[in-house]
Design a protein around this ligand. Structure first.
Ligand code: SAM
Ligand code: SF4
Length: 337
């Protein structure tokens, strides 16, 4: 239908020589939680149905991206599992020739109902966000979520036959940083990968510089209890520094988005649910793909994606300790993390 050839092994590089092989595709800005670090309590207007790309359009973007060299797609949101019709969409996505890896990031709440279908649809790996193991604290961070539902979701991922999920924990000083050891212990007891993520200034939070915990501090604190060894990253791995508690089946990743920005290794592009392509999470340049999609010219779509990749900025401009939040209209739920 789209007349693409999918040549294997194309190297897509940006103007700084970085290999770009990873697309984060957001399918909705809606969510069944309202995490404090991701969305403000009030005032987030959700996009209307007609503003959100149709599945058919998301598939065209994914096909065009794979045709120019993208090998991995991650589906994100908002909460991707709240969008109706997500399973048939994922089956079609997984069937794109040349797409080697399909992953999805979720808060896990709907996994008890959907994990088996996600696995059958061809999703290869799940990242599940979980910021506390304590019910009261989980409810506070997510503004009302039930930790037991998230834990059941993790159980459902195992039950459906997925490899051990990656658990994403956003570490916030004074809020959940006393649970570092409990999360690290999950790599021993459950064989999961736990990724500790530096809290990023995604919403207007004056306390952000005090709350964010630098990756090196996380590592130093973990090392007071556990002996850690470095682990080599997989080919589609994100920009985490990976470690293993000696003898543990699972691994620990530290994502130092702020303190040690890994922009020189950045391999990703993002497309938001309303069709805006973004070269860098913390750079305001976006490109509205909808006019291109309306022209029904997939060669043009490919060239547009390439053009945006060539303009991908060298690095973001956020410094540790910076006290202002750079983007007032920025919500992580709108971009997809
Ligand atoms: N709803 C899904 C979830 O929570 O996993 C997917 C979307 S969520 C925006 C994607 C990821 O972004 C999650 O792992 C979340 O923890 C992370 N995230 C959101 N806001 C963040 C922030 N301010 N700093 C660091 N990570 C953040
Ligand atoms: Fe929803 Fe995920 Fe944002 Fe939490 S982090 S509010 S679960 S989109």
């Amino acid at each position: 239908m789209f007349g693409y050839n999918y040549p294997m092994g194309i190297q897509l590089t940006d103007s700084y020589g970085r290999k770009i092989n990873y697309l984060r595709l957001s399918v909705t800005d809606r969510c069944n939680l309202r995490c404090q670090y991701c969305m403000p309590e009030q005032g987030v207007g959700h996009k209307e149905h007609h503003e959100i790309l149709r599945y058919e359009e998301l598939l065209r973007i994914a096909r065009a991206a794979v045709a120019i060299g993208i090998e991995k797609v991650r589906i994100t949101g908002g909460e991707p599992l709240v969008r109706a019709g997500i399973i048939p969409f994922l089956s079609q996505l997984a069937a794109i020739p040349g797409l080697h890896h399909l992953a999805l990031t979720t808060n896990g709440l709907l996994l008890p109902e959907l994990a088996v279908d996600l696995h059958l649809a061809g999703v290869q790996r799940l990242n599940i966000s979980l910021d506390s193991l304590r019910p009261d604290r989980f409810a506070l961070i997510t503004r009302g979520g039930d930790v037991n539902m998230a834990l059941e979701g993790i159980g459902a991922a195992f039950g459906a036959g997925f490899p051990p999920p990656k658990i994403n924990m956003v570490v916030m000083r004074g809020i959940n940083d006393d649970e570092l050891f409990d999360f690290a212990a999950l790599t021993i007891s459950h064989g999961v990968t736990v990724r500790f993520i530096e809290y990023m200034p995604a919403i207007a939070d004056d306390h952000w510089p005090d709350r964010t915990v630098a990756g090196q501090e996380l590592l130093d604190r973990l090392s007071t209890r556990y002996r850690l060894e470095s682990v080599d990253k997989g080919v589609y791995a994100g920009p985490s520094r990976d470690f293993r508690i000696i003898g543990a089946p699972g691994t620990i990743g530290i994502i130092t988005a702020i303190s040690g920005h890994f922009c020189n290794e950045c391999n990703r592009i993002r497309v938001t649910a309303d069709g805006r392509m973004r070269g860098c999470l913390f750079n305001d340049e976006t490109l509205d793909l909808r006019p291109i999609l309306n022209r029904n010219d997939d060669h043009l779509l490919q060239e547009t994606l390439k053009g945006m990749i060539s303009r991908k900025p060298q690095q973001h401009g956020i410094e540790p300790g910076q006290r202002t939040v750079p983007h007032t209209h920025f919500t992580m739920s709108g971009i997809g993390g």
